[in-house]
Ligand binder design. Structure first.
Ligand SMILES: NC(=O)c1ccc[n+]([C@@H]2O[C@H](COP(=O)([O-])OP(=O)(O)OC[C@H]3O[C@@H](n4cnc5c(N)ncnc54)[C@H](O)[C@@H]3O)[C@@H](O)[C@H]2O)c1
Length: 359
């Protein structure tokens, strides 16, 4: 297959691209605007003959049209998005433009293209939309999100993703576009942009900076190692049933404070030489003002994809977090180059400023 991947230079997209190039014979058309979150250094095999990079923006309808015309994809995996909740609180406009209008653009261009295909290619074409469990909102103490849980998004980010999910399903029901939707829990792993919880904690700890935990740190997230997610996505685009939704999760519920303590524990072992003045990494934990509208708990019921498509996560949280810490310790050049650029690990998401442009 020739797979058009949007957002293939981002955290999850690059894991999908690395997986496809190293384990399959599919060809990848990687379409990415290279915002602050996109980084081609996350694809060390970018020179692979089956990888073609298109520096384009999904907000540009005509540019998308010409990418389809030139490359004639067999499937689309749509991951391009503004993805950080805190950024969506400070500047929601970008989220509406990229996540909603951008998704509309790629859907509409896909529909136009799909309608012009011959019958065989029309039958096998797939549009796979990659979304989040945050569309379901806050779960409360008990229960799990299933594929039929009603949508109830809380943040501008999750509302924009919910909106894009609705568009994708409408393009299936109204026009028959062969779509698949996946909703996944929080990912972590190699090449994770340093503003997200897990990399931020690792990098702050090894430089002796405070480890800021929002509120009381009791918010629960269900963590999935990014390479397990990438395998699930490939499975869905190849074997998923058209029109279906699959929830993807790791069965790894953890309170945020537990995640931070786990990271500190692994660092004690893997990086025992601590910065001056730090006797225990855990001493760096600092509780800070909570995020506005912060959801208390997300947890995914991933049985459908397990039973119907035979996908299983390979990593537990313990094995995945150890690999992740190790990766960040061994790949300083990757994250130091990001840190020396625009993003400096500053606190985002208090809703105090309006960011209209990427930094
Ligand atoms: N990170 C998670 O834990 C998680 C969990 C579930 C679902 N998701 C979803 O998976 C997808 C990928 O998430 P991620 O964590 O890799 O995000 P990311 O922020 O790391 O990467 C997003 C990528 O999209 C690109 N992009 C942004 N705006 C664009 C535009 N207008 N045109 C073209 N490219 C653009 C960026 O340059 C970047 O490479 C998103 O749709 C997100 O909603 C993420």
């Amino acid at each position: 297959m020739k797979i058009l991947i949007t957002g293939g230079a981002g955290f999850i997209g690059s894991a999908v691209v690395r997986l496809i190039l190293s384990h399959t014979e599919h060809r990848v058309i990687n379409l990415d605007a290279l915002t602050y979150a996109g980084n081609l250094e996350s694809i060390p095999i970018a020179e692979h003959p089956c990888h073609c990079f298109c520096h384009e923006d999904i907000r540009n309808f005509e540019a998308l049209r010409s990418v389809f015309e030139i490359h004639q994809p067999d499937a689309v995996m749509h991951l391009a998005a503004e993805s950080h909740v805190d950024r969506s609180i400070d500047g929601p406009a970008e989220f509406v433009q990229t996540n909603i209008v951008g998704t509309y653009n790629i859907l509409e261009v896909s529909r136009e293209y799909w309608q012009g295909l011959d019958d065989n290619r029309k039958k096998t074409f797939r549009f796979h939309h990659i979304s989040t469990d945050e569309v379901y909102g806050d779960l409360g103490e008990k229960g799990l999100f299933t594929e039929t849980t009603a949508y109830d998004p809380s943040s501008p980010y999750s509302a924009s993703k919910a909106s894009s999910d609705h568009l994708v399903r409408a393009w299936h029901r109204t026009y028959g576009l062969p779509v698949l939707v996946t909703n996944c829990s929080n990912n972590y792993g190699p090449y994770h942009f340093p503003e997200k919880l897990i990399p931020l904690m690792i990098l702050n700890a090894i430089s002796g900076k405070p480890l800021p935990v929002y509120g009381d740190g009791c918010q629960v997230r269900d963590w999935l190692y990014v390479e397990d997610h990438a395998r699930a996505l490939l499975k869905v685009v190849c074997d998923g049933i058209v029109g279906e939704t699959y929830n993807i999760g790791g069965f790894n519920e953890r309170r945020n404070i537990e995640v931070v303590r786990e990271i500190c524990g692994v660092l004690e072992e893997l990086a025992p030489d601590k910065p001056d003045g730090v006797s225990q990494y855990e001493d760096l934990i600092t509780f800070v003002k909570d995020r506005p509208g912060h959801d208390i708990r997300y947890a995914i019921d991933a049985r459908k994809i397990q039973v119907e498509l035979g996908w299983q996560p390979l990593e537990t949280f313990e094995t995945g977090i150890r690999k992740t810490v190790q990766w960040f310790l061994e790949n300083k050049t990757w994250w130091q180059r990001i840190q020396s650029g625009a993003y400096q690990g500053q606190r985002l998401g208090l809703g105090v400023q309006n960011r209209s442009k990427h930094q």
